[in-house]
Design a protein around this ligand. Structure first.
Ligand code: IPM
Ligand code: MG
Length: 358
């Protein structure tokens, strides 16, 4: 029997609560399936670790998780520590060296969940946003000089490489090709940004040649926000730069009803390093410790992890269990306007996994 070694890194805030729930659900799933098992190794890295050790993860942290089959991540962010330190010290310190360059963010309106769009005109959403996850606006290139003086200068350079752009666009075309509609929107801002974004457009047109069966179009990012709201049915797969996709994916999550349900996969498609799966929502310190965090974003991320591991039947079973639970408004957490808590949702999903034909 295959045993998957999973590094569980809950991080901060509600990350701990949702990752605990995710681990429970994955264990229940392995038990129900019977063909594979999990071994979870827990790492207490994050803001509290930083307060004790002056860094978000140990110096050899990456070496400790390098041979794991996957990483289940909660969130990075702490009220006492600047956000750029928590982000660069943990999440990006894993994503970038592990070359998890493809960040995949599916959006669907799950059963029982009311989208602000559904109230308007009822179109269903079924999107996947592919976010470039290794360079661009998050390259970390830049600097500050003359700090605090009137002549202070600061830069954040968005660096794009032909290799980086080609691989993410190719990944997105392949993904679009694997989906029934074979439809890709390449998001850009080449009207205002006349170097890197123009190269981005050119690379997209080149890569497109290899995918004659994929219908694709190009959309300026600001216009894309309007299209997502006004013509959601015209969208299927989307590829965008690191920052553009960061913003578009929050909009997508809100249109699907809540940030609390949105999942992410940070993939190293070549499988040279482990990939990382996490909910989008972040640490949400305002609701931490109350037991009311929505674990669905983590469960859906676990579905993506199972797909990546090649356990498709188990992934489908978990997704069905999640949908069965979201369909019941009595099992909605406060972010969805309900009164349920993390425990109730977790138990219900575990119950649905165990149920026949779930
Ligand atoms: C995300 C988040 C992060 C990001 C934050 C927490 C830095 O918003 O995963 O979308 O911008 O990448
Ligand atoms: Mg974001």
């Amino acid at each position: 029997m295959k045993t998957y070694r999973i590094a569980a890194i809950p991080g901060d805030g509600i990350g701990t609560e949702v990752v605990d729930a995710g681990v429970e659900v994955l264990k229940a799933l392995a038990k129900r399936d019977g063909n594979f098992a999990f071994q979870f190794d827990h790492f207490d890295w994050g803001g509290e670790y930083y307060k004790k050790h002056g860094r978000m993860m140990p110096e050899d942290g990456r070496a400790q998780i390098k041979t794991h089959d996957a990483i289940l991540f909660g969130s990075a962010g702490h009220p006492d520590i600047p956000d750029h330190i928590t982000l660069w010290g943990l999440r990006l310190a894993i994503c970038q060296p592990f070359d998890q360059y493809a960040n995949v963010r599916p959006t669907r309106i799950l059963p029982g969940i009311v989208s602000p769009l559904r109230k308007v005109n009822g179109p269903e959403l079924d999107w996947v946003i592919v976010r470039e996850n290794s360079e661009g606006e998050y390259s970390g290139v830049g600097g500050r000089v003359h700090q605090g003086l009137p002549i202070e200068a600061a830069t954040d350079v968005s660096m794009m490489t032909r290799a980086g752009v080609s691989r993410i666009i190719r990944f997105a075309f392949k993904l679009a090709q694997s989906r029934p509609r074979k439809l890709l929107t390449v998001v850009t801002k080449s009207n205002a940004q006349r170097y890197a974004m123009v190269m981005w457009d050119e690379v997209a047109a080149e890569v497109a040649q290899g995918f004659p069966d994929v219908t694709w179009d190009k959309m300026i990012v600001d216009a894309m926000t309007m299209r997502m709201v006004l013509k959601p049915e015209s969208i299927d797969t989307v590829v965008a730069t690191n920052l553009h996709a960061d913003i578009l994916s929050d909009l997508a999550a809100a249109l699907a009803g809540s940030l609390g349900i949105a999942p992410t996969a940070n993939l190293n498609p070549e499988r040279e390093f482990p990939s990382m799966f996490e909910p989008i929502h972040g640490s949400a310190f305002d609701i931490m410790g109350k037991g009311i965090a929505n674990p669905v974003g983590t469960f859906w991320s676990a579905v993506m992890m199972l797909e990546h591991l090649g356990e498709k039947p188990a992934a489908d079973r978990l997704m069905k269990a999640i949908e069965r639970v979201t369909a019941d408004p009595a099992l909605h957490t406060p972010d969805l306007g309900g009164k349920a808590n993390t425990r109730m949702v977790t138990d219900a999903v575990i119950g649905a996994i165990a149920a026949e034909n779930a």
